[in-house]
Write a protein that binds this ligand. Structure first.
Ligand SMILES: Cc1cc2nc3c(=O)[nH]c(=O)nc-3n(C[C@H](O)[C@H](O)[C@H](O)COP(=O)(O)O)c2cc1C
Length: 192
């Protein structure tokens, strides 16, 4: 049996994100980020395909990505509101880890399972950052789903896509918890 870990259980029962727009400098250093990335890469992965990789977006990259989001938004005919939203997570960003799904050719492992594994990596990264005492938030937004933005801004290939931009920095305030799911409504127990 694995040893009982009450601190880990307490963390999982109370964890919550910190909205990216409430985060401030500093973000983690490269040395501080390494154990967080290491924890994220220790995620379930059917067939050991490693269908994911990380791109660490440091402060210097944010202005370039904000400008590119605005340029792409104009090309796509986005509304003023979407243009502002597309820019803002980069304009306000301190540090973010882009978790990239890297689709592997496999006769055995369905593509969907590679997507699930990538989502697991995102949550593990978010949780490791929170457990390390940082504010953290999993965002996407329309630029993350725009292949041209991802190719030009992040250097993604055709078989790659953004699963999440995990913003990590210093929290300024802890938000009130949001309503959590009604367990009875989402759980059924099968005993025979
Ligand atoms: C795949 C994915 C993408 C998300 N993208 C956004 C986003 O672009 N903007 C946003 O405000 N919240 C987004 N969210 C929700 C935030 O992460 C939100 O803060 C989160 O649901 C809070 O949950 P927690 O407190 O349980 O950690 C996204 C969540 C997921 C799973």
């Amino acid at each position: 049996m694995p040893p009982r870990n009450d601190a880990a259980l307490e963390f999982l029962l109370t964890r919550r994100s910190r909205p990216a727009k409430t985060l401030t400098a500093p973000g983690p250093s490269r040395a501080e980020l390494l154990p967080i990335l290491t924890a994220a890469a220790r995620s379930p992965d059917h067939g050991k395909l490693e269908p994911w990789r990380f791109i660490v977006l440091e402060q210097g990259a944010m202005a370039r990505l904000a400008d590119l989001a605005e340029k792409r938004g104009r090309e796509l005919g986005k509304s003023d509101e979407d243009l502002v939203k597309g820019r803002s997570q980069f304009d306000q960003g301190i540090l973010a880890v882009a978790v990239i799904e890297v689709r592997r050719q496999s006769d055995k492992i369905p593509a969907l399972e590679q997507t699930y594994s990538t989502g697991a990596v995102c949550l593990a990264l978010l949780n490791a950052a929170l457990a390390a005492g940082w504010g953290a938030n999993w965002l996407t937004g329309w630029p993350s789903h725009d292949p041209a933005f991802c190719a030009e801004g992040l250097g993604l290939a055709e078989h790659e896509r953004v699963a999440g931009l995990i913003h990590i920095a210093t929290e300024t305030s802890a938000p009130p918890d949001r309503p959590r799911p009604d367990l009875d409504a989402i759980t059924s127990w099968v005993s025979e």
